[in-house]
Design a protein around this ligand. Structure first.
Ligand code: UDP
Length: 240
């Protein structure tokens, strides 16, 4: 079985949720930095015209298929990925083991207050979890040195960066060499909004049927334009 599956020039790790969680565990035990990204069809389409973004994804340590569209695309190409590995769920799975494994998290991103609310909720869900720092995702270039200093001073070894794509991946890439204690940085889009309870996750039945995108569309109809990328993506995969 191939380690990576190519979808329109973006290499996706051929991995299950269990294996991805295990990988994160291994990464934290090393003494170097690792990047984890979670592309959906929107990312793959962005990466068509943004070579820098494509390169960042292709050079990452772990790249999991967040969207059902990516899994369908892999099946169309006859190189099927085993399952969807949503970034949100991967993050939760690491948190289940956080106390045992000594993970220390820093939550970076979202509107002011969201990362703090997410930290409060996650401390309730996973008693004893160490969330050692938070910072909202709205900043000016001149604030970045201070943000990085705060991440470093916190002692965190896992960093969630939730700025939306491709901003979060580019931010991680540009700053990874400045964060010597971080072992895993994950780009997680709107996950902090989910953890904070500001955005509700789709009921399990939608998730199981691969219809989470449809639920989000019902809840946030303004996402319609963004979602038009899905059919475009599938057509492009079919003809690639
Ligand atoms: N965001 C941010 N800084 C920015 C732009 C966006 O922190 O400059 C946050 C925004 O508040 C939201 C997340 O990034 O929490 C992006 O969410 P989106 O819905 O795009 O992510 P998805 O889950 O769809 O990948």
């Amino acid at each position: 079985m191939k380690n990576k599956v190519d979808i329109l020039g973006v290499s996706i790790s051929n991995i299950t949720m269990r294996e991805a969680t295990q990988k994160v565990k291994e990464f934290v035990k090393t003494d170097s930095f690792h990047s984890v990204y979670t592309p959906n069809p929107e990312f793959v389409m962005l990466a068509q015209d943004d070579e820098a973004f494509r390169k960042i994804l292709n050079e990452a340590d772990l790249v999991v298929p967040d969207g059902i569209g990516v899994v369908i695309g892999s099946k169309i190409k006859k190189t099927p990925l085993p399952e969807r590995v949503p970034g949100y769920d991967l993050a939760q799975n690491t948190m289940k083991e956080a106390v045992k494994e000594g993970y220390k998290y820093y939550f970076f991103g979202g509107k002011p207050g969201v990362a703090e609310e997410a930290a409060v909720k996650m401390r309730e869900t996973y008693p004893g979890i160490q969330i050692v720092g938070t910072r909202n995702g709205y900043f000016k270039p001149e604030d970045e040195a201070e943000i990085i200093a705060d991440i470093n001073a916190s002692g965190a070894n896992i960093l969630f960066v939730c700025l939306g794509a491709p901003k979060q991946e580019k931010w991680i890439e540009a700053n990874k060499h400045l964060m010597p204690h971080i072992r895993v940085a994950m780009g997680l889009g709107g996950s902090l909004d989910g953890m904070a309870g500001r955005v509700k996750r789709a009921p399990m039945i939608y998730q199981k049927l691969g219809l989470e995108w449809f639920y989000r569309l019902l809840k946030e109809p303004t996402r319609f334009k963004r979602m038009l990328v899905l059919p475009k993506f599938l057509v492009k995969v079919i003809f690639s």
